[in-house]
Design a binder for this molecule. Sequence first.
Ligand code: SAM
Length: 263
Amino acid sequence: MSLPSELCCPTCRGPLAVEGVGAACRVCDRRYSGDRGWLDFLPDLGAAGDGLGPRLMHSRALARVYERLWRPMFFGVASGGLPDYRAEFEAVLAALASAEGGAVVDLSCGPGFTGRRLAESGRFTRVFGLDWSLAMLARAAADNRGLMRLIRSDVANLPFKTASLAGAHAGAAFHMWPDPASAVAEVARVVRPGGAFVASTFAHTRGLRRRLEVAASALGRFHVFEVDQLRGMLGAHGLVDFECERRGSLILFWARRAGAAAA
Ligand SMILES: C[S@@+](CC[C@H](N)C(=O)[O-])C[C@H]1O[C@@H](n2cnc3c(N)ncnc32)[C@H](O)[C@@H]1O
């Protein structure tokens, strides 16, 4: 096994060396297993998330039906129409145009369907699929066909070198992250200047619908954002030129890592 050059130790940011089917840090000597189809940077199994929604993401039953049933149902309700994954994927690809020819990560990839399509597009040198749920990663690994390099990690502490990635995508995950601002800080650290970040999540609408959003997010323990809050969070970490498309409570937004791309 070879180790992608973009990876580093998430604990001390030291370089990694291959060790068996896993990796070891050359500086702090921590070991990361790789025997289940992904490199595991969360060996403590402690990270499960708090509350119903985040906890469900660790269920094998949900991971099995997530792509075909759970996601379309949620996207349909949130957007107030039929979910259109094909259009969503085309918009994600367009937002990642500046990342073509470089490595990208599908953050919180779940069962991996978007990451696989990004890899199949042939536009990127490497695609990482990253999640912290063992159940989701098991599904992603079963369907992977060698397309992505799978990683188990917390988005708030990414195992990538600074400015090593050309782009990052996070589909339907922002609202599930316990600390979105820390995750955004990490995205801004690992994406190179001029690189791209694109994500989808829930954003508040108005009137009765807004009340439903508040009730659903309290019940499911997920966040619903104001658009300005998302723009501000990204801007505070150097992710600029914020743009978005909205359908009901669903928002797809994208931004550019400030600074010029290296020649
Ligand atoms: C609703 S699913 C989204 C899956 C897929 N990206 C999509 O477009 O539908 C949310 C995912 O976020 C993952 N997740 C939540 N918090 C995370 C964290 N702190 N670090 C990594 N993954 C996380 C969950 O395990 C779950 O797979």
